[in-house]
Structures are given as C-alpha cells and as structure tokens.
Design a protein. Sequence first.
Length: 689
Amino acid sequence: MFDLPLEHPVIIFALAMTIFLLTPMLMRPLKIPGIIGPILAGIVIGPHGFGLLQRDATIELLGTVGLLFIIFIAGLEMDIDGFRKYRDRSIWFGLMSFMFPLLIGTGIGLTLDYSLAASILLGSILGSHTLLGYPIASRLGVSKNKAVTTAVGGTLLTDTLALIALALITGAANGNLTWGFLLTLFLSLTLFVAVITVGVPLLTKWFFRNTTQDGSTIFTFVIVMLFLSAFLAIVAGVQPIIGAFLAGLALNRLVFSHGPLMNRIRFTANALFIPFFLLSVGMLMDLKVLFGSPKAWLLTFLILSGVIIGKYLASWVAYKIYNYSRDELHITFGLTIPQAAATLAATLVGYNTGLLDQATVNAVIIKILITCILGPYLVEKLGRKISFQEEQKPYTKSEAPERIMIPITSPRSMEALLDLAFILRHHSSQDQPLYPLSVVKSRSSRVEGKVENAEKLLGHAMQYASGADVPIKLLTRVDHNIANGIVRAVTEERITTIIAGWNAELSTPHRIFGSVLDQFVDQTTQTVLIAKLDHPLTTIKRILAVFPKGVRYAYGFRESLARLQAMAVELGASLHCLTMEEKIQDFEDYLSQNKNQPPTHIEYVPGWKSLYTQDFILPNPDNLIIVISARAGTVAWHPELEELPKKLAKKKINSFIIYYPMEERETDERGTSGTGLPKEVLLRRDFYQ
C-alpha cells in the first residue's frame, strides 16, 4: 500500500487534498500567491522529485478538468459590454501579445539551429498564455477594469492563433499541409464557433425556462455544456480550452455572477479541480536536467527572457496607446505572462512529433513554473492597489447600511425574489444579510402550525441563499394584519429596501395590487419593488424602464437610476429608458454620473397613450419592464400608475417590476411611525383618492 509511487486511490486523494489545504497556508507568510503552493508541491512529490506520485492518467484527467474550469470561468466572468467597448483594444493587444513573443521565439530557435518549423513552433509557444491570475483579479473585484478586460479579451485571440499555428506546423511536419487540410480546418472552425455561440445560449435558455429550478440539475447541465463544447473543439481540430472559453462566453449572460449557480461553479473549480491542474503542472518539472547540460541553462534563459520581453512589450505598447496607469500596465503583464495551458499542449505535441527535444521541453517547464509564480504575484499586488483606487472614486450613497427584506408567501416565487435581492445586494452593503420575512395572522386558527409552516418556507430560502454564499437573517412575525406585520419588521430591523412578489391576482377589489401590498406600500417610505417574475432573470437581455413625468423630482430618483444601471450591468442587459420628460439631456446627465454604464438608449414618450403604443407592451421573455412609480400624493403620482400593473398583467407580460423610490421622512419623526409619510403628502393623497 505504501510502495512508491503511491497507487492506492484513497491515499493519493488524501495526500492531494492535504497539499491543497496546507500549501496555500505556507505561502501566505512568504507573501506568495496561494495557487503557487500546489505547483511547488508537484515538483517535490512528483516523479522527478521524491516520487510519491506518478503523473498518471488520473492526475492528467483531473488536471485537464481544472484547466478547462479556469478558462470557462474566465469566459463566464468576462465583461461582455466592456469587451465590446474595448473590442478594438482587445484585438490589437491580442495580436501584439502573440506577435512580439512569436518573433522573439522564432529568432531564438533559428539562432540555436532549430529548423524553421521548430523555431516558429517555439515562437508560438511563447506567444500563448494562460489566465492563471484571473481568479485573483476576480476575487479582488477588478475583473471589469478596462485593462483586465482588454487582457482577457486578447487571450482568446492569442491562444487561438497559437493553437492554429500548432495545427499548421504539425500538419506540415507530418506532410499533411495541403489546401484540402486548410479548407477543412477553416470550415470546421467556422461551424464550431457558430454552434457554440448560437446553439449553446438557445439550448440553455430553453432549459432554464422549461425545467425544474433544482440546483444540482442546473449545475449538471452547465457542466455538460462546458465539456460538450470542449469536445466539439477537439472535433473541429483545435484544443479544448478554446471550446471552454467560448462556452463561458456563450453562457456569460445566462449565469448570474453572484447567484447560487456561479457560486457552485467557482467552489467546485477552486476547491478541487484547479488545484489538481496546478499540481500536475509542477509534476512535469525535472530540475536535474538543468545541472546536466550548460545548453539547457542557456536555452532556459533565452526562452524565459523572450517571453518576459515579448509580453511586457505588448503591455507597454497598450499602456502608451490607451493611457493606462502604471498599475494597469503591470496587471496586464501579470495576466498575460503565465504560461501553462496552450503552452503545455503545444510543447507536448511538438515533442511527440519530433520538432522539439527534451532540453526544450524542460526549458519550457521551467518557464511555466517561473511565469506561474511571477504572474499571479503581480496580479495579487497590483490588483489590490487598483481595487483600492476604484473604491476611492466618488459616489453618492446614503450613509445608512443597505438592508433588503423579502416578504415570502409562496415557494414558487421565492427563488426569483431572492435572485433579484442578490443583484441589488451586490451593489450595496456587502456586509449586510438579506432578511426573508414571513407574517402569520394572529387571529387565524392553529397559529402554531402556520408559524411552523412559515419557518419551513424560510428554511428553503436560507438553503437557496446559502448556495450563493449570502448571509441570511430569518424573520417571523405574528400580527392580526399582514401589512402591519411587514411594516413593524421594517421598522424594527431598519430595512431600507423591500422586495415583494405579485401574482397578478386581486383577492379583493383594492386599488393596485391587493390589500396587503397596497397597505404596506402606503405605510412605508423605504424603496419598494413589487415584482412579477415568471422567467429567470438570467435570460433577460433588455431592461425597459418607464419614467413618468415629474419622477426626477422624487427623493429617491437618483438612487433608482443607479440601481437600474447596476442591474443592467449585472444581468448583462441593455437599458432602454422611456421618459415622459421632454429634457432628455437631463436624463443623460444623471445616467453619466454613475459608475455602471450599460448600453443605454433614451427615448421620449409624449404621454401615457403613446406609451401603450410602444412595441414593448407585448409579451417578450427577453425583456424586463421596470416602471419607476410613485406613491399617491407625491409629485410624480398619476392615476395611470395605479392601472399600469393591471394592464401589463392582462397583456400577459411575463416579467415586470413596479419600483417605488424612497420617500423623504419628516425630520422630526422618529422612525416610521404610522404611515411614515409627511402630513402634507397624506393630505394630497386623500385629495387624489
């Protein structure tokens, strides 16, 4: 059982997991990124170290899965709108990041008497890179920085060019470089890209809308899409990492970046598969080769110098052209210097075809080790500085902590409301929990049983939120009036935002939504969102926001605009504003003042009759309608606002939100006593009613 190398699967897995636990802890005092630990451990326990483990098929399998997860998550987290905004930058940077090392590597190969094919292959190996430091950038919250977006977008081009060069060179080495081979490669790549970028989103949308929202089922489906895309990449004649990256891009807008599904993907990757990939990279290293051949030292030095100079030169040119800061220059370099994924693939293929010798393989492995240490170190150091700088940018926000409460009455709508709360919470107070609430009528029979059922419902909410790693504080209230119970909980917990669901059914002939919703909307001054969400938020492509005349004078108008923009960015959706204010320039000025800038279009609508003639008042599962409404008696209130929700429901609009901005309290009031509305507002509301 204990003969070396170890072969018992339980012992191997136990040793690997122990390494994944301890090595990041050992790296911390040395101020080295934790992901370097498994690489160093692989050198020590691998076949060229103490020989505890063999780099067998199991290690290679788990390592390959980890590599695909790294690239897949990079595609999922990529800022698509930012990439579109900086698309030209990404393309030019990708070309420079590939061409500069390619030319340097080709020159090194020709200088050392390599063949022309082997020299070009060596150059293409230096031209590729692996986003090994991207998980660090994501953790530090700088994944949407323009320089990071440029580097990530350029990765698709650099690795694609490197792997196409590999296919061409190996085809030439095997005597298969014919016009037929080139035509087949071009057609297969075109068909592959079309299938992934068009077919995967359509299939995923259909699955999300028509299947059960069971977490494990959805997670399994996404993993199937990942590995099916990787397999199709192999069929198309390129490496599977290209398929993984395209799958991430295809699912980018369908996987909510701060929801339970994304949390499961990150957890599975970071806790298990990515460490196995790092371990497998370290196990390739054979340090003894360095001590046996002076040529190996020279080759290693030239290759390492070539990749550092080439990648830094590309980052420096981008820094000069696009006016990046020095920190953005170095984080771009840190993201593009690590060599692992395409580098390993190309090196091993070149070795197997006889183009590269053992000395070159070992030099490349040493280069992988050093660049995998240098890159994440720079990303960790510079990413933290950039994150601090971004947090210091001025922004307007209430000093009170953002607390979001979700009154829950039905398990069917619970997950959709919580997803909406995840989006709002991500752009507010991260240290505050969510507050799911259940209110039971005290006058009903069997109160204890109903309280027990309410607690079970809240338990489901806690289970769902735990999947997204979001803290929860469960609230249960017993009151003779449900609306009063909600208002009491709002006051006691100092809630700032309330998210409630509406099933579009009026149980009583009440004014807008029904007795409970109407009552607590009237009795609160906090932000209230009444949501009817029949489709998953992740499938939304466009937010249609309606702004009645006078709404810009509401106390919470600026906050509502910032939230709409943040929601659009988080969902990867465009923002289409329909305003009844003639001065569109004012809206543009308000929108430009916020940090989040999704693709936005502003359109003037003369009045309510014109609004109902718009094409958006038609069922469309890709649209989310948000009406910035107003409480009765306030400056932006209009009788049509009380009819609009019913009209939207009658037109079978699947997803819409009625958004009531925060109202200002009287300065001499304590909390939200009574209705919480100023007396003059109450008088005006009575007049309108």
